[in-house]
Design a protein around this ligand. Structure first.
Ligand code: C2E
Ligand code: MG
Ligand code: MG
Length: 632
């Protein structure tokens, strides 16, 4: 055995000097060759002394006190925990009267330990739930929960309380151990944390985090139900320009203004949140009422559009909005779908909303399959062109047409351009496909002319990627000369979104196209920016009124937007084409207004090139005379 000299406590020196009759020593020893440490206690006395008072014989006992030592250490630890615990700790006797408590408990209740002794628990911890807790303690030997307690007789405060019964060997309750914590500060802190985690610091609106939580209720079926709501995302158009030009403080102020306006919207707007930088979201009660939904979307756009006066700057901003209606099967896709619609709204040039349409590409896996198949489809020419005639309302002749792409997928069948065009753009195949379209159109035009069908002008839709390619003019020139097609028989349709993406560049390109003799047309007008100021700056030959306006006037009811566009185009010396003409009354109305051209299913659906040739031959002599007669 080895002595561990560091750990010994002994009264042997006092005993040997005759000061005590016995000696005691506590010390640790380690067994040789082992790590085991044993605590020993020696007690004894000298029973025979020598002449010079030196001990000659001693008797005594030696005990292994390791277990006792362990218990002592534990008690010490418990006492230290008891005293230093950040929680209030107390011990009750079996009748739930106070035996002891620590300092924190005294502080919580503002009472000295001595004042507490013997008092029943619920005389100190006063709460309306006392009886219930006592009952539960009786039944279960344990209770845990948050209660409202009284401090100093009148002050109500939240308290977290845990009570545990301690039993003796015979399983009888000997004591209760109580632990409690004053939650006043914590609650306050938590409320603050909750607030911060759910709110946007700049505007005070709910934040993205909260909005996500709100939408996740659709997945949990409670309490929000599908088919009753719509989700709308608003993104401010050109907000960055304001930030860059006037500084972030003004930008922030504008965001706050927008937030207040959206937040002031009443029914059917349920919740308003700021999702990020210049993006806001609304949860709207829908209940199948599309008119009410459209009204609130228009109102929101108008509110955003109201001028803001900030530091002497009068700022006018518009927004793009994407909306999706919550269905049973799109609950996990809501923000994605609203974002897709938002993107379309931005492409239209902003200041408009688009409601997400459940498209082919939203079928699971189809989008990916189509993306994969696209390169081959372009290579193998799976795309065809159809032509939709436009009727000249002055001459009553069919003098122009629009080329529209169709994709007949080998296994999926016909796919709409609105479904596949975004994929073509995404895969970067737009330029290749665009060249094919251009060349095909020029070829068809030349063939028709050679076949005696006259100088029909055909419009080609030009995507933003195509419009901004550096050699657009050269490509057009090359297609024209390659096919021997006259520039005057080619028309290019671009949307406002395309032009607004890069104003200066767009102006230059339009000018060069004009120099070339190509007809320049603004597609889908009225849904996007519709800014008269910008319109004046763009050298354009025609404006096409978006078909959504005629949809609002199925019987040719007067429509102020259509009338304003016709009047404006006339003052800018531009031609006007009305899209989506489906009824005779609409046609009559347009004619009365002095609108130049009409295009739509009433006149003709898009036709294959050979059918158009046939149709053209007949329309000159027959079909259009019919229509012409009806509109007079
Ligand atoms: P868009 O240029 O506005 O084309 C007119 C769309 O309206 C066509 O749809 C046409 O079929 C449809 N339409 C015509 N008359 C009526 C009518 O009376 N009622 C209704 N409800 N709809 C009518 P489509 O062919 O599905 O094309 C959709 C869009 O796809 C086009 O809109 C255009 O933006 C794009 N697109 C089509 N072909 C091409 C192309 O070759 N190149 C590019 N870049 N885009 C294309
Ligand atoms: Mg078009
Ligand atoms: Mg159009």
């Amino acid at each position: 055995m080895q002595h561990d000299n560091l750990s010994k406590k002994s009264t042997a020196p006092s005993h040997l000097s005759g000061k005590t009759s016995l000696y005691h020593a506590h010390y640790r020893v380690r067994h040789q060759g082992s790590d085991k440490v044993v605590w020993l206690e020696d007690s004894g006395k000298v029973i025979e002394w020598g002449d010079r008072q030196q001990p000659l014989r001693m008797i005594g006992t030696r005990r292994d006190i390791s277990e006792q030592k362990r218990q002592e250490d534990e008690l010490q630890l418990a006492a230290s925990l008891f005293n230093n615990s950040p929680d209030g700790v107390f011990v009750l006797d079996s009748h739930q009267g106070f035996r002891t408590c620590n300092r924190v408990f005294s502080q919580i209740f503002g009472l000295q330990k001595s004042q507490l002794l013997g008092l029943p628990l619920f005389q100190v911890v006063r709460t309306e739930q006392g009886q219930r807790i006592a009952q539960s303690m009786q039944n279960n030997g344990r209770w845990q929960g948050d209660i409202v307690a009284l401090k100093r007789g009148h002050e109500r405060f939240p308290l977290s309380l845990t009570l545990t019964a301690i039993r003796d060997k015979d399983q009888r309750i000997s004591h209760y151990l109580g632990i409690c914590r004053d939650l006043s500060e914590l609650k306050q802190h938590r409320i603050q944390l909750d607030y911060l985690s759910q709110h946007d610091a700049l505007t005070g609106l709910f934040n993205r985090n909260y909005f996500h939580q709100l939408l996740s209720q659709f997945d949990q079926h409670d309490p929000l139900l599908p088919n009753q709501y719509a989700v709308a995302i608003f993104n401010l158009d050109n907000f960055r320009t304001i930030n860059d030009r006037l500084g972030q403080d003004i930008g922030d102020q504008l965001l706050k203004d927008v937030a207040v306006r959206l937040n002031n919207l009443n029914d059917p707007v349920r919740q308003v949140a700021r999702l990020g930088a210049d993006e806001f979201a609304l949860l709207i009660d829908y209940e199948g009422d599309e008119t009410a939904l459209i009204d609130v979307l228009n109102l929101s756009l108008e509110e955003i559009n109201r001028p803001s006066l900030i530091d002497d700057h009068e700022l006018v901003i518009t927004a793009s909005c994407g909306v999706t209606i919550v269905h049973q099967d799109n609950r996990s896709q809501l923000l994605n779908q609203a974002n897709t619609a938002l993107l379309s709204a931005r492409k239209r040039g902003g200041n408009t909303y688009i409601i997400y349409r459940q498209t082919l590409t939203s079928k699971p896996g189809l989008r990916e399959r189509l993306l994969k198949d696209l390169p081959q489809a372009v290579r193998e020419g799976q795309f065809r062109l159809v032509y939709q005639p436009k009727l000249n309302l002055i001459s009553q002749m069919m003098d122009s047409a629009e080329a529209l792409l169709r994709w007949k997928h080998p296994t999926e069948g016909e796919i709409d351009p609105e479904d596949f065009m975004p994929l073509v753009e995404e895969t970067g195949l737009m330029l290749a496909l665009g060249d094919q379209v251009l060349l095909q159109v020029c070829e068809d035009v030349t063939r028709w002319k050679a076949g005696g069908l006259g100088d029909i002008r055909v419009a080609v839709n030009i995507s933003p990627q195509q419009f901004y390619q550096a050699d657009l003019i050269e490509r057009i020139q090359s297609a024209l000369s390659h096919t021997n097609c006259a520039a005057a028989q080619l028309e290019l349709e671009v949307t406002e979104g395309t032009l607004m993406a890069d104003l200066a560049n767009a102006q230059g390109t339009l000018n060069r196209l004009g120099d070339l003799g190509v007809h320049r047309s603004l597609d889908d007008y009225g849904t996007g920016y519709s800014s008269l100021g910008y319109l004046k700056r763009f050298p354009l030959d025609s404006i096409k009124i978006d078909r959504s306006f005629l949809r609002e006037s199925p019987k040719g009811e007067p429509n102020p937007v259509i009338e304003a566009i016709v009047a404006m185009a006339s003052s800018l010396k531009m031609k006007v084409v009305a899209e989506g003409v489906e009824t005779q009354s609409q046609l009559k109305y347009l004619k009365r207004l002095g609108c130049g051209h009409a295009q739509g299913y009433l006149i003709s659906r898009p036709l294959l090139a050979e059918d158009l040739a046939l149709w053209l031959r007949h329309s000159q002599s027959r079909l259009y005379v019919d229509v012409a007669q009806q509109i007079h």
